[in-house]
Design a protein around this ligand. Structure first.
Ligand code: NAD
Length: 312
């Protein structure tokens, strides 16, 4: 069993700071590193403000926040951040040359036993592994934004050793994440590909005048989206088949789905005018709310959902 207490967070931007807050809230010692001194100052404020927000949301107490802050340290040096790390979560800029530089510094300074998990949303794990002298300990541990709230972590194994995958899976599980293992690398991993497929169809419906932006979004979050917060499409359609499960569903719905797929969007570049249509269409949905209002509303409801699902 992974018994990890010391974590290094490399890169302290949007994702790195949020990961750091999650690890701190789970009682871990966290060394937070960024190459940029200014970013370190911003990250200190972000960590405090994210921790404050989860105190406000009842996820940790004010006392726990104070002890969490004592377990955090900040540095611009990768060597200092990883020297005694048991797990390394890297969230530096999404560029191969930067990940390469980080991996080379980690190789030189980190204990050989520490797993290196990159938050990368889109880089190929096999290329990241090729940058390291220890490819077996390198994998992708891709979170969803913000990692301090969303449970999913996609572990992309590539050429990582079985024991590294096992350690990462157990570690994420122990701290309350929901890890999945992706056995074969594909651009966009799993969840983003699913989002991209849904989004393409949503855009196409708008561009073709089938529905407004507001109504497409309403269709998702008041219909399938409510079920998607509880179960995936396979289980949903299994239930759609009643007592006959998936076999019953396929018996009834194979032909309709195939006719819908035949009619659905298959483009891979935004159609002309589609981006403008989204920007204009969103104005109706946004109304007189500002982004801060919408984010606060989303996070409050999200926390309610996570509590309902026993994920907090
Ligand atoms: N933003 C998202 O929604 C999201 C979601 C999931 C995963 N990710 C992934 O997380 C990673 C970080 O994304 P982000 O959105 O936090 O980016 P960001 O630009 O907010 O932060 C990146 C940080 O990396 C730092 N950095 C640059 N070079 C560095 C180096 N050599 N060593 C250490 N730090 C360095 C930068 O100073 C910056 O603070 C990317 O790989 C991205 O694909 C992003």
């Amino acid at each position: 069993m992974a018994d990890i207490k010391k974590v290094a967070c490399l890169g302290a931007g949007t994702i790195g700071s949020s990961w750091a807050v999650y690890f701190l809230s789970k009682g871990l010692q966290v060394k937070i590193q960024d190459i940029d001194k200014n970013q370190i100052e911003i990250a200190k404020n972000k960590v405090t403000s994210f921790l404050n927000s989860i105190v406000g949301q009842g996820i940790i107490s004010a006392e726990e926040m104070q002890t969490a802050l004592k377990r955090a340290s900040f540095t611009t040096s990768i060597a200092e951040a990883v020297e005694d790390a048991e797990f390394i979560q890297e969230s530096a800029l999404e560029r191969y040359d930067i990940k390469q530089k980080v991996l080379e510094e980690v190789d030189a300074a980190a204990p050989g036993t520490a797993v290196f998990a990159s938050s990368s949303s889109g880089l190929l794990v096999s290329r990241l592994q090729a940058f390291s002298k220890f490819p077996e300990r390198v994998l992708v541990g891709h979170p969803f934004n913000p990692p301090h709230l969303i449970p999913l972590v996609e572990i992309v194994r590539g050429n990582a050793g079985d024991s590294s995958v096992q350690v990462a899976w157990e570690f994420y599980r122990q701290i309350g994440k929901v890890p999945i293992v992706i056995n074969k690398e594909v651009p966009g991993h799993v969840a983003n590909r699913i989002q991209a497929a849904v989004w393409r169809e949503a855009i196409d419906l708008v561009v073709n005048g089938v529905c407004s932006v507001n109504d497409v979004d309403a269709a998702v979050c008041n219909g399938p989206g409510l079920r998607w917060a509880l179960m995936g499409p396979n289980m949903i359609f299994n239930l759609g088949g009643g007592d006959n499960g998936m076999e019953g569903f396929l018996g009834q719905f194979t032909a309709p789905f195939e006719s819908w797929w035949a009619d659905m969007a298959a483009w891979n570049q935004f159609p002309q005018g589609s981006q403008r249509a989204l920007i204009e269409g969103l104005k109706e949905e946004i109304g007189d709310r500002n982004t801060g209002d919408i984010v606060r509303w989303r996070d409050e409801k999200l926390i309610g959902l996570l509590k309902l699902r026993d994920l907090l």
